[in-house]
Structures are given as C-alpha cells and as structure tokens.
Design a protein around this ligand. Structure first.
Ligand code: SF4
Ligand code: SF4
Length: 93
C-alpha cells in the first residue's frame, strides 16, 4: 500500500494565479493555541511562520477536501472551490 505522500505525488495540479483560500482575520491566529489548520490538512497547505507571526498558505497543493473550513478554531478560513478548470486533477479517483 502506498503512503500518503506517494499518492499525493501521483496527482496533477493546475494552479490558478490567485489563491482560493484565505485567512480572513490573521489576528485570530495569534490566540489560536493548537493551530489545527497546520495538522489537519492532508496536503500541508498551512504552516505557522514564527518570524512573521502568521499562517502561511501554499494553496497550490490543496487537494480540495474541505477539512480546513471545519477545523479552523475561529472559522477565519475562507475557502472556495478553485476557478473552473483549475485545482487538483485526480489520477486515481
Ligand atoms: S481543503 Fe483540504 S487540502 Fe485544501 S487546504 Fe483545506 S484541508 Fe488542506
Ligand atoms: S486554525 Fe484558523 S485561527 Fe487557528 S491558526 Fe489556523 S487559520 Fe488561524
């Protein structure tokens, strides 16, 4: 059985020039203790940056599972489906 990373590597991505997910109120992240977005996302899209004191997002790797919208402690993640024709293209369904 292949590991998650192997499966993700098999996918193809067509990134749009603009992000389809945003943290709408970054101030909330400062008081978000566990920062669940950094560990629930299977694609590792969210990462806490100590220097900038904020969440950085790598939207290009999103697999469109929708988990982050529900897991965000303060519901400040605005996630929309990528523009038509863009986003992940699953190879194995
Ligand atoms: S929709 Fe899923 S893959 Fe995309 S950023 Fe949210 S948790 Fe990560
Ligand atoms: S879960 Fe939401 S509030 Fe917490 S760090 Fe992530 S984006 Fe910010």
């Amino acid at each position: 059985m292949s590991k998650l990373d192997d499966k993700l590597f098999a996918n193809r991505y067509k990134s749009y020039k603009e992000t389809h997910l945003k943290v709408t109120d970054p101030e909330k992240c400062l008081s978000c203790k566990d920062k669940p977005c950094t560990y629930v996302c299977p694609a590792g899209v969210y990462a806490w940056n100590e220097l900038e004191n904020r969440i950085l997002t790598a939207y290009e790797g999103c697999v469109e599972c929708g988990t982050c919208r529900y897991a965000c402690t303060y519901k400040v993640i605005d996630w929309q489906n990528p523009k038509g024709g863009y986003g992940i293209q699953y190879k194995f369904g």
